[in-house]
Design a protein. Structure first.
Length: 118
C-alpha cells in the first residue's frame, strides 16, 4: 500500500510558477514509476509527467520545456516544478505511483487544484 498526498497547488497568474509536491507514505526507492496527471473540468485525466525508479523522465508535449519532474528518494517525495503557466494548465493535478511485483498496482492521491488566471 502507498498513500500519496499532494500539496503546492493554488492560484497563480499567467506566466507564473508553482511547485507541486507528492509525499508518499513509504519509501519510493522501490516504486517503479511515479508521475503527475491532471484533469480539467469536462475533460479526461491526462498524463503530465512521469519518472521511473531509474530516473527516466517523460513529459506531455504540452508541458515540455516548462515543467520539470524530479524525485527525492530520501524524502520519499516527487516534485513537479511548473513554469510559464498559462490558463490551459488549470486543472486538478494528481500524483500517481505504480508498483510492479507479481502484479501491477496503481495508486492515486486525492489531487491538488491549480488555477491559472489573471
Amino acid at each position: 500500500q502507498v498513500q500519496l498526498v499532494e500539496s503546492g497547488g493554488g492560484l497563480v497568474q499567467p506566466g507564473g510558477s508553482l511547485r507541486l509536491s507528492c509525499a508518499a507514505s513509504r519509501s519510493i526507492f522501490s516504486i517503479n514509476e511515479m508521475g503527475w496527471y491532471r484533469q480539467a473540468p469536462g475533460k479526461q485525466r491526462e498524463l503530465v509527467a512521469t519518472i521511473t525508479s531509474g530516473g527516466i523522465k517523460n513529459y506531455a508535449d504540452s508541458v515540455k520545456g516548462r515543467f520539470t519532474i524530479s524525485r527525492d528518494n530520501v524524502k520519499n517525495t516527487v516534485y513537479l516544478q511548473m513554469n510559464s503557466l498559462n490558463p490551459e494548465d488549470t486543472a486538478v493535478y494528481y500524483c500517481n505511483a505504480i508498483v510492479t511485483r507479481a502484479t501491477t498496482t496503481s495508486y492515486w492521491g486525492h489531487g491538488t487544484q491549480v488555477t491559472v488566471s489573471s
